[in-house]
Design a protein around this ligand. Structure first.
Ligand SMILES: Nc1ncnc2c1ncn2[C@@H]1O[C@H](COP(=O)(O)OP(=O)(O)OP(=O)(O)O)[C@@H](O)[C@H]1O
Length: 325
């Protein structure tokens, strides 16, 4: 792998509660290369969003980083003062969230928001910024951009609004975009258009994306590599083809089995019995052991680590045979 753009090492996040700190992220490590799309997948509560939130420096109390480090282009960013982090956000790291309306100001036109973001981060005049805003809107596939630029967010459909949010994230040509469930609120046909757009932007601009989603189908279509999270840890990581065709962790295999057909994407991950444990009740040993069909006595006692290498699973009894043809 080339020098990583983002590297997260042994990241730990706790929530300070009345009965002491609860561990929400427990030693998460991964890297993203320039231009690469890393999918981060897992059920609700796995810690996917927390990981993305920590990378963009938006973790709020009572949550806090209690260990590990985050580096962007080699520079440590997890301990930057808030002002420095604010500058970095938007300029070097962009963000796209599930609901476009939370990222857009309802009372400002799309053009005003783009121009403001561009002039905040780049030393250009308002008229140059407007020209750039127009070309960004065209680039993300907004038809009749010259008219649309002066319209308000509510005048756009959900899919078009998400395109505007992507344009906003791209304003300062950040090297990294954190996209948290960017397609979840959209119709299936629109989802495909947005994932195609994200892939094209990565290819054409060399932007890296950390794509957070509960949907293994979106990952399979979009990501280069995938990190599977469970109960605050990465339980499997590897190239998407490898992980989807030959999952090694029984949890990943369960996620794969739960991918609905392309035409029925909205089915939930309901094929693995049981639920993600609460933070105050994470089982000893492998956190997945109560739900695992391959559980052995030692799985209840020893926490498995993620082995080094391109594709690895934190499992004492990994699946080694292809599960999917
Ligand atoms: N402010 C908070 N206080 C206490 N616990 C929190 C807080 N925010 C998140 N958590 C806990 O941290 C864990 C990880 O949350 P996170 O939002 O990262 O999960 P996720 O995998 O992104 O799930 P989802 O898809 O539902 O967003 C969960 O157990 C959640 O309950």
């Amino acid at each position: 792998m080339t020098a990583p753009l983002l590297s997260v090492s042994d990241l730990r996040i706790v929530f300070d509660g009345r009965h002491g700190p609860l561990t929400a992220l427990d030693g998460v490590s991964f890297a993203i290369a320039p231009g690469e799309i890393l999918g981060v997948v897992g059920e609700s509560g796995a810690g996917k969003s927390l990981t993305g939130t920590a990378v963009i420096g938006l973790l709020d109390p009572p949550g806090r980083i209690s260990g590990g480090e985050i580096r962007l282009d080699g520079q440590r960013i997890d301990n930057l003062p808030p002002e420095a982090m604010r500058k970095l956000r938007g300029r070097r790291i962009g963000a796209i969230f599930q609901d476009p309306l939370t990222s857009l100001h309802p009372l400002l036109t799309v053009g005003e928001q783009l121009v403001e973001t561009i002039t905040t981060h780049l030393p250009v005049s308002a008229s140059v910024a407007r020209t750039r805003a127009l070309s960004l809107l065209r680039e993300v596939g907004i038809p009749a951009a010259e008219t649309r630029i002066d319209q308000y967010p509510h005048q756009f459909s959900g899919g078009m609004r998400q395109r505007v949010v992507i344009a906003l994230a791209l304003c300062a040509e950040p090297k990294l975009i954190i996209a948290d469930e960017p397609t979840t609120a959209l119709d299936v046909s629109i989802q495909a258009q947005i994932t195609t757009l994200l892939k094209r932007l990565c290819r054409e601009h060399g932007t890296a994306i950390m794509l957070v989603t509960h949907d293994m189908g979106v990952i399979a279509e979009t990501a280069d590599r995938v990190a599977v999270m469970y109960a605050g840890r990465i339980v499997e990581i590897g190239p998407v083809e490898e992980v989807t065709r030959r999952p090694r962790h029984p949890y990943t295999a369960g996620l794969m089995a739960s991918i609905p057909s392309v035409h029925a994407r909205h089915a939930q991950l309901n094929q693995i019995d049981g639920a993600m444990p609460r933070l105050n009740a994470i089982p000893d040993g492998c956190a997945f052991n109560p739900r695992c069909g391959r559980v052995q006595t030692f799985c209840r006692e020893n926490k498995p680590g993620l082995p080094p290498g391109l594709h690895g699973a934190a499992c004492h009894v990994p699946l080694m045979e292809p599960v999917h043809a």
